[in-house]
Design a protein around this ligand. Structure first.
Ligand code: PMT
Length: 405
């Protein structure tokens, strides 16, 4: 693993003690670590410990002649290839969201061009407070990578979400952001978003998919070095950098695009919510409500099933890994397992789309990744779609190693 330069920001919460182990693990992966601790963080963990583990002086003050003579805050910001803040308190998130430069850590974050990874840890109520959630949303929108806290017993005595995420999750995201090239040489075909089927020239049948899950997969696969082809239904998202995008509207167009890209693909990820039906004969003129109402009639739409794209890919594939999604509203795992069998894919990613806070049209998702072996089922608790995408690709790569083509 190549050595990279990581600034580790530590802010003042009880989880600060875990940053000692984080420094150790970052260094054992070959990375150089410079610690920037807030004053409050140093109430929880001694400078000497951080200094000994990182092998460098710990920086805390924005204006300290002694510290500045070693390396200035701007040099530190330029030096960093990645800034990781773990734990990130609600206060630090708020300062970063506001763009304040009132202490060394906030100033380094403002001055650096390096990617930012934040691992929040705090009391449940502070985590759930709209201010914290909005600050985090703003940071994510600006490109920060968030490792969401885990659930469990909190140091304050409460039970719930707020514990610093497992160090493995934090380190996994750090490696990914630093540039994991583990998918180099692969061509990943991703479908995303809804499809739309015309009823008349004005009206359509569609669904609530926003495309975010598929776009997150495309972004993560590209970051890991894959060549990515993204077949997208109508969505209001801009393309992640470095990917080839094919825009489609109907299920038939999506099918054609997928099949035409299939031969050169090595991994197919089907996150799109494809319309299962289309109107048998869309009218060429707009349907007039007044006429139907005046005649005392009902409007009856006749629907025919659309092609099952996953099934066609499965029938035609030659060695490609095939991952489908299962959008369920009840008995999620049971229905997903049946779909895995029926559709002949290698993995199926089950998500519960009955929830309003996850799944459809949300930045977050909770999934179960099911494969041939029930013992290998992976549950990914609610987190950002980018992190979910990373976990899905980890699973694809594990399976790939076990079954090389
Ligand atoms: O787009 P977002 O707002 O981010 O939301 C993400 C999501 C909830 C849409 C996504 O995570 C998801 O679950 N996508 C699959 C939705 C779906 O159509 O599920 P399904 O259970 O109906 O279909 C199963 C699989 O068959 C899917 O991989 C689907 O792409 C595929 N399919 C379905 C119908 C069809 N005619 N052809 C297909 O290939």
């Amino acid at each position: 693993m190549s050595s990279r330069r990581v600034v580790l920001g530590i802010s003042g919460g009880i989880a600060a003690y875990k940053s000692c182990e984080l420094i150790r693990q970052l260094r054992s992966r070959g990375h150089a670590v410079r610690v920037v601790a807030t004053r409050n963080a140093l109430e929880f963990v001694p400078v000497l410990t951080l200094q000994t583990l990182s092998g460098h002086a710990v920086r805390s003050e924005l204006f300290s002649p002694g510290e500045e003579s070693q390396i200035s805050h701007i040099e530190l910001a330029d030096w960093a290839e990645l800034v990781l803040i773990a734990p990130a308190t609600a206060g630090v998130l708020a300062r970063l969201a506001l763009g304040l430069a009132d202490d060394l850590l906030a100033t380094v974050c403002l001055a650096t061009r390096a990617p930012l990874v934040v691992a929040p840890a705090m009391n449940l109520n502070m985590w759930e407070h709209p201010a914290t959630q909005e600050n985090l949303g703003l940071l994510a929108k600006r490109g920060a990578h968030v490792v969401e806290p885990a659930s469990g017993e909190l140091a304050c005595g409460w039970e719930g979400v707020g514990r610093l995420a497992d160090l493995d999750r934090i380190l996994g995201l750090v490696e990914r952001v630093l540039g994991d090239r583990s998918l180099e040489g692969e061509v990943v075909l991703v479908t995303a978003g809804p499809t739309v089927e015309a009823v008349d020239p004005v009206r359509v049948l569609t669904n609530r998919s926003s495309g975010r899950m598929g776009f997150a997969l495309a972004e993560e696969a590209a970051r890991r070095g894959a060549e990515v082809v993204l077949v997208a239904g109508p969505v209001a998202l801009s393309s992640p950098p470095g990917i080839e995008r094919i825009d489609v509207e109907t299920a038939a167009e999506m099918r054609d695009a997928v099949l035409s890209e299939l031969d050169r693909s090595t991994i197919v990820l089907k996150a799109a919510a494809v319309s299962d039906f289309r109107v048998t004969e869309p009218t060429t003129q707009k349907l007039k409500r007044e006429k139907i109402a005046r005649d005392g009639q009902e409007l009856v739409l006749r629907l025919v099933p659309n092609p099952d794209i996953v099934a066609e890919v499965h029938a035609r594939r030659s060695g490609q890994m095939l991952v489908a999604f299962a959008a369920e509203t009840e008995s999620v795992l049971e229905h997903a397992r049946a779909k895995l069998e029926r559709k002949g894919c290698d993995l199926i990613v089950a998500n519960d789309v009955s929830r309003s806070d996850l799944g459809f049209d949300s930045d977050r998702n909770e999934v179960w990744i099911l494969g041939p072996d029930a013992a290998d089922e992976v549950h990914v608790p609610a987190t950002s779609k980018l992190e979910v995408a990373g976990r899905i690709l980890d699973r694809v790569q594990e399976l790939r190693k076990r079954r090389p083509e």
